[in-house]
Design a protein around this ligand. Structure first.
Ligand code: AHR
Length: 604
């Protein structure tokens, strides 16, 4: 195959094209990218009981609703100590399927109530082995009149596995025949950009390698709620964590909401991403739809959220944001109305619900780009609303992605697109795949080449879901995953495709002439400054030789990802990663594309 890249002509590429979508699914937030490692610390969600807690020594644990930590955290952990107790006793928290214990410094916070003066011993311990990796004493003076907050840190040695727990122990003889209460225990390893209540540094850094340009949050289904009352509520996720009630998330487990609205925006700021804020559109997952004048209070709520994010100090919202630590407004330029409003009977009322919300946002913030949660014309207003982008989701098999290579070629140039979720979830024979296999990742790459060729109108695209805790997942495949064991962060083959495409972006998509049609090899060329990028995917079982001609270029690099058709990266078994080599040539480069391969040539 002979390709000649034109140095003139072409279309401007959307600078936002490759980004990420995040919602708390698969414990991707709590137990995933959020730094806090202890589970059920606020007794949130439906009937949490003593999940993740265990007695240490001869004590009895109970969920105590008569000693709430705050009006939001309405339970605490009661540790009842029998008369005659001697020695150190207390409780353990086993985290999200174990506590990751590495050689680092942990920050540890907790609240305590009950008469006790003396030593509290904080530990990281192997649950089965009993090996103590960290042991740290602090002196407390706790009273029974109110909860007192304690904040400390300690270093740990590394555990060889994820089967670990955090323990809090106290001198049982002082409490014998009585009890102590504990609330909102929190344990953090180093956080990304050293933020208080921040993201796990190791997880966020792995994600940062993709260089995503936007973050769509907080859902996905997790925005919607089982009913209108259960939706994600922005104002329940701000301020001190002790004032956040959490909620029963839409993926079957409680959300602490410690990863809340401001934390999402710090994440965006620290990773250099444009926030794409999703707001509730009146459709809940359980089918409850709020529309017409009944939607008005929810529209007001969206406007209050935007005032909180964008308002200056003359507004109540802006002042509240400043009170929560952020004086400067957040840079909100994209708001998506709902999630998948084409699904269920919600479609019927979406045109009016969308218009109502669009009108309110557009009147107050004309510079915000509003995104509709579907491309389905039958759900949308009949006339195009100024500047609106529409969102489409594709969970397909690899052949279906290849069949959609041309999806955007003839799309009206006045209708910009957001491919808000996509992933190769099935094999080509229709069977479900655990993690995406090479054929699936190649299918995604072919589709991405199609998007990039049309990135004058395909403004943004994000693979989904982003992250799974291997032991707590509801939905696979995901882009990357982790568990509590050392070095568990694992990128799927699709993670590497995203990384290759996102870190090699041109600002202009260039015309390419060829002596062959598309398939099994697909390509797109672009340029930024003096660097030319050619992305290639071989969606076939035979090796292909591609000669690429770019006048005046001399040298650069070739990144190549290839593997067996059904090859895949599995938890703790990463076998397929991009290999980078140097290339040189006088305006001409020959690339051998193995079967099932994705490549990026970057030359100048
Ligand atoms: O990405 C998983 C789910 O798929 C999202 O929550 C939803 O938007 C879609 O149906």
């Amino acid at each position: 195959i002979d390709l000649t890249v034109s140095k003139t002509g072409g279309n401007a590429s959307s600078p936002l094209l490759y980004g990420i979508m995040f919602e708390d699914i698969n414990n991707s937030g709590d137990g995933g990218i959020h730094g806090q490692l202890l589970k059920n610390n606020g007794f949130q969600g439906n009937n949490p009981g003593l999940t993740a807690y265990a007695a240490v020594g001869n004590v009895t644990l109970s969920q105590d609703t008569s000693n709430p930590l705050s009006s939001a955290i309405t339970s605490s952990l009661k540790v009842s100590v029998p008369p005659g107790t001697t020695g150190y006793v207390g409780f353990a928290n086993t985290g999200y399927a174990g506590v990751p214990v590495v050689a680092t410094t942990y920050a540890n916070y907790f609240w305590m109530k009950g008469k006790y003066s003396g030593t509290i011993n904080l530990r990281l311990v192997g649950t089965s082995s009993g090996i103590v990796y960290a042991s740290h004493n602090i002196t407390v003076h706790s009273t029974d009149s109110q909860f007192t907050y304690y904040d400390t840190s300690f270093t740990s040695s590394a555990s060889p596995d994820g089967n670990n727990e955090w323990q809090l122990l106290f001198d049982g003889s002082q409490v014998a025949g009585s009890s102590l209460n504990f609330g909102l225990v929190q344990l953090f390893p180093p956080t990304y950009h050293s933020r208080y209540n921040g993201l796990r540094n190791d997880v966020a850094s792995f994600l940062e390698e993709i260089k995503p340009s936007f973050l769509r949050f907080p859902g996905g289904n997790n925005l919607e709620g089982a009913s209108p009352a259960d939706r994600w509520k922005w104002n329940a996720t701000i301020g001190p964590v002790v004032d956040r009630p959490g909620r029963q998330g839409d993926w079957g487990y409680p959300n602490t909401d410690a990863l809340g609205l401001d934390e999402y925006l710090y994440w965006c700021e620290d990773m250099g991403m444009e926030p794409v804020l999703a707001v509730w559109s009146g459709l809940s997952l359980g089918g409850g739809i709020v529309s017409g004048s009944a939607l008005d209070p929810y529209v007001d709520d969206i406007m209050n959220e935007l005032e909180y994010l964008l308002g200056d100090m003359s507004t109540a919202g802006g002042r509240l944001r400043a009170q929560n630590g952020r004086t400067e407004p957040w840079p909100i330029k994209h708001v998506e109305v709902g999630n998948e409003d084409n699904l269920s009977s919600g479609c019927g009322t979406y045109a009016s619900r969308f218009t109502q919300i669009y009108n309110a946002i557009h009147a107050a913030y004309p510079d915000i780009t509003v995104i509709a949660s579907t491309t389905d014309a039958s759900c949308l207003p009949s006339s195009i609303l100024e500047g609106v982008i529409t969102d489409i989701h594709h969970y397909l098999n690899p052949d279906q992605f290849v069949a959609l290579f041309n999806e955007w070629d003839n799309w009206p140039r006045t209708h910009p697109i957001f491919v808000g979720e996509y992933a190769s979830t099935h094999n080509s024979d229709g069977s479900q795949t655990y993690w995406t296999r090479m054929r699936g990742s190649c299918g995604e790459a072919v589709y991405m080449i199609g998007m990039e060729r049309n990135s004058d109108i395909v403004k943004m695209a994000s693979y989904a879901p982003l992250l799974e805790h291997f032991n707590l997942a509801e939905w696979s495949p995901d882009l990357f995953g982790l568990d509590s064991s050392p070095d568990s962060i694992t990128g799927s083959t699709s993670y590497y495709v995203q990384k290759m495409f996102s870190t090699n972006r041109g600002s202009t998509i260039l015309p390419v002439t060829s002596d062959a049609g598309f398939g099994p090899v697909y390509w797109v060329a672009s340029v930024s400054g003096s660097t030319y990028y050619v992305k290639l995917a071989n969606y076939g079982s035979a090796s292909e030789t591609v000669t690429i001609n770019i006048d005046g270029t001399k040298s650069g690099t070739l990144e190549m990802l290839s593997g067996a058709e059904m090859g895949s990266n599995y938890p703790h078994n990463v076998t397929i990663t991009p290999q980078t080599s140097s290339v040189s040539g006088s305006g001409s480069f020959t690339v051998t594309m193995p079967a099932w391969a994705v490549a990026v040539l970057a030359v100048s």
